[in-house]
Design a protein around this ligand. Structure first.
Ligand code: PMP
Length: 363
């Protein structure tokens, strides 16, 4: 197939059956929507292209403009790619949670990077949001995409990801499972699917340490929920406008360890080298397996490619340092049986001491 530029290869990603990993363990039919097939190897190609082209149509981006964005990495890569094709400059403020592989990918495409501390609160002047605001205010002829608040982000997925999933399942999709970061991929697709069939169950995936699930449950933005986590791109410490909370039927939190082990299993069982958050998304399907039946058709969206995580989840030393693999390289899984045994051991050890102490204090 012939293309005018790399940009027209964005979208139309495949839906791939996950029989080898889900097969007898999940009662439903499960497909992965594999966004690493985009030229920028992530779902963010769709959002970046749509946000830029909508802004061009509105006259907000002029020739020679500088595009600015605060990003966990993938959006930055997509913007850098589009800027190269369209002749724009590109400056990205990036959390230092993004590994060196991700940074090199962006600079290779000509983008400039401003590295910001991952633990800076969003309102702190050093945070990647504040630095992007500052750059947008000081650089003439610049356009700050604001992926968290720019509704053209979810608009991209309403226009493409949603229709692709609906058509490729011949309208049979019953569950859509998707990570929430800015919320664009989840909400735009969900809106399209719910319009076609209001009974489609929308499942959001969130990180422990993120504020999204609690906000969805209670309407409260609870800063006490926040602590740092490892899965890049998943979860938020702000409430983005792109998360359509009213469309979400269920929100599942996934831990760093479970997501890491699951994405490694995807590689060895399905031959799919995918990003860390893809492991989180599939882990959510496993977490909800008891409510699925053989008639269900589950589509789980895999946001990006695994080559960006070779130094992390696909590196055994990194996995051991985190305690996700045992020193001998076995998955560090904590089964209920294991936890029950540990509980009995600790109770025996410390229960006796507590009893002794109680005795001493009562005497
Ligand atoms: N996973 C990865 C790897 C990402 O880069 C992103 C985007 N930040 C997401 C998940 C979440 O996608 P969205 O921003 O559309 O919610």
């Amino acid at each position: 197939m012939r293309h005018d530029s790399v940009l027209s290869t964005i979208g139309h990603t495949p839906l791939i059956s996950l029989d080898r990993i889900c097969g007898d363990r999940i009662p439903a039919k499960v497909y992965g929507k594999v966004e690493s097939f985009n030229p920028g190897q992530s779902a963010k190609d769709r959002a970046a292209l749509y946000m830029i082209e909508q802004a061009e149509k509105k006259g907000l981006i002029k020739p020679g403009a500088t595009l600015i964005e605060a990003t966990s990495g993938n959006t930055g890569f997509s913007i850098a790619m589009i800027a190269a094709v369209k002749g724009y400059k590109c400056i990205l403020t990036l959390s230092d949670k993004a590994g060196p592989e991700k940074r090199a990918l962006m600079t290779a495409l000509g983008a400039k990077i401003v590295l910001c501390p991952k633990d800076a609160a969003p309102e702190h002047p050093d945070s990647y949001y504040s630095r992007a605001e500052e750059l947008a205010a000081t650089i003439p002829n610049s356009f700050y995409l604001r992926q968290n608040w720019n509704l053209d982000n979810s608009g991209a997925h309403y226009a493409s990801t949603g229709p692709e999933i609906f058509n490729d399942t011949e309208g049979k999709v019953t569950h859509y499972v998707c990570c929430a970061g800015t919320g664009g991929t989840l909400s735009g697709t969900a809106r399209y699917l719910k319009e076609q069939n209001p009974d489609v169950t929308i499942v959001g995936v969130d990180a422990y340490g993120s504020v999204l699930k609690k906000y969805w449950q209670t309407g409260i933005f609870d800063k006490n929920e926040i602590f740092s986590w490892k899965v890049e791109g998943l979860g938020k410490t702000i409430i983005p406008d792109n998360v359509a909370f009213d469309l979400i039927d269920e929100f599942i939190k996934v831990g760093d360890r479970a997501a890491a082990l699951r994405v490694r299993e995807l590689a060895t069982r399905e031959g799919m080298l995918l990003g860390y958050s893809s492991g989180a998304a599939l882990e959510a399907v496993f977490a909800m397996r008891k409510q699925l039946t053989k008639d269900d058709v589950v589509v789980v969206l895999f946001p990006d490619h695994g080559s960006r995580y070779l130094g992390k989840v696909f590196n055994d030393d990194w996995m051991k340092e985190q305690g996700y693999l045992t020193p001998t390289g076995e998955p560090a899984t904590y089964s209920v049986k294991h936890l029950q045994r540990m509980y009995r051991v600790y109770k025996r050890m410390y229960g006796r001491k507590i009893k002794q102490r109680l005795k001493l204090t009562s005497e």
